[in-house]
Design a protein around this ligand. Sequence first.
Ligand code: ATP
Length: 237
Amino acid sequence: MTPALLVKGLAFAYPDGHQALYGIDLRVEPGERVAVLGPNGAGKTTLALHLNGVHTAGAGTIEVAGLPVTKVNLHEIRRRVGLVFQDPDDQLFMQTVGEDVAFGPANFGLKGAELDARVHQALAAVGMTDHIDRSPLHLSGGQRRRVALATVLACDPEILVLDEPSANLEPVARRELAEVLLSLGRTTLMVTHDLPYALQLCPRSVLIDDGVVVADGPTGDLLADSELLAAHRLELP
Ligand code: ATP
């Protein structure tokens, strides 16, 4: 089967010369939910930003559903890879929730009834239909994060990439978001520091440190390995 995501030998240095990734290999099958774990500065966000075309690889390749990202334009990469940023403010900038969710699919050519249906579907998937006419500014942190998720779901991506989805959420919002993510049934790569969230949502985890993959396996096995966690400055609460 063609993998949903295939990353081979991905290396990247920032313009100041800081080498953030040293040859990342990662394969994600369709329907899998995989957590990307690692201490501060490990390279998790840098990896996520490559998948969405924000950064361009110094070396290596990335394929999304069999298509090399270098072969398609940025517009198309962003339709295929739904990146949900850590801060919903980076994704919500229109006057209403409905306008924010319509922005992506409208950009990709949907209009009229088809566009409306897509917006409603995406908002229903995150439990935010009733808020369609509200300003995103008037929503709670958890609601804003779910609307940010709807903005990418509305583009029907091949893979969702979530950067720290549970950061700064209070327990109820955290649980609501987990329920939504589990109900979507979508291929998902989730960058997180939140080890219990990884365990709850992702059967598999990849541990990155210093720009290399140091472990890849069932999340329960990784988190049960106290020596591995300690070696990479990770701690279960
Ligand atoms: P965190 O969990 O703290 O968000 P991370 O695993 O997501 O960390 P990255 O943000 O990908 O790590 O950073 C990887 C390395 O690249 C770090 O050493 C970081 O300091 C460095 N880095 C990140 N952004 C830049 C930048 N714009 N310019 C130079 N170096 C950067």
